[in-house]
Design a protein around this ligand. Sequence first.
Ligand SMILES: [Zn+2]
Length: 357
Amino acid sequence: MSRRIYHIQKALPELVELEALIEEGRDVMRISAPAHVSHAGEKLPIYSIEMGSRATIAPTLALIGGVHGVERIGTQIILAFLRSLLHRLEWDEQLQQQLQRLRLLFIPLVNPSGMWNNSRCTATGVDLMRNAPVEAEHRPPLLVGGQRISAALPWYRGKKGQAMEPENLALTSVIEQTLFTQPLCISLDCHSGFGYRDRIWFPYAKSLLPWQGLPEAYSLTHLFEHSYPNHGLYLFEPQAHSYTTSGDVWDYLYDGYQSQNPNGIFLPLTLEMGSWTWVKKNPQQLFRFHSLFNPILPHRHQRILRRHSTLFDFLMAALANQSAWVPDNQQHRQQLNARAQERWYPDIARENSLLTT
Ligand SMILES: [Zn+2]
């Protein structure tokens, strides 16, 4: 083992595992490192991995993890999925054919200095999910909605008017290059630490009002719930139902995509794994900060690593079979929008029905 690997292994085994996977999958992966972060005497790469179709119009799934360094489980579930994908590609002809039509993008570890420090923010104290140039439309909750008071407090946005942090510049440049030309793409950014349920959030974080991608979000939600009626794992909802924030990178990227590609479909989803159950079942976890965000007991850790592979497979299948859920005309979109409003914005749906009757 080289001195570098030995040094990194202790603080950041996820990076060592990712590099081993890159070595293993070199023949089927297109690998780049859009940025390096200097930390603890090391230059830590932020890797981006592409697999599958090179066609610019191929539907694309992007899996993102480790934006909040302490939420290591997000990175780990992506690495587990990537490993299984590589091993299945050795023999699974259906998967090989599926990847001829789909593009996959992985950025499994966006914030290596934060993960090294077991901290939510970067080593410079910035919360990457509050750092984009986006302002909440309604007054966001104090602190958690993003603050510019001090890097010593959580949810620090960085200084006003400054460019985004290098980690976010790397993330956004890869997403812009890879997804902004695509007519259909889904990203899933994997987090943990909020609530008892696993949530799938869609935009906006900045606004309490319905998002324009609501019909497609509803249709995809319905397809999942219809296809896996006994799964019952996820609570699909707009992020703003939990809390609104300023500086959300996916709000920023969605608006950028939409302005370049007004007829395209981009669903930026966030998986927020509900870690409070893990703590409730094992109250000792309360005494270690990083264990509030990560399953500690081995059986639970194993279970979480496999728990979300159904979702990843589903998203790939949904992208490969868009006629099953993407509305193909305006009337269909409006119907889906009405159902989505009944489900997630019942007050607005009621007002609309009063206006039309
Ligand atoms: Zn997070």
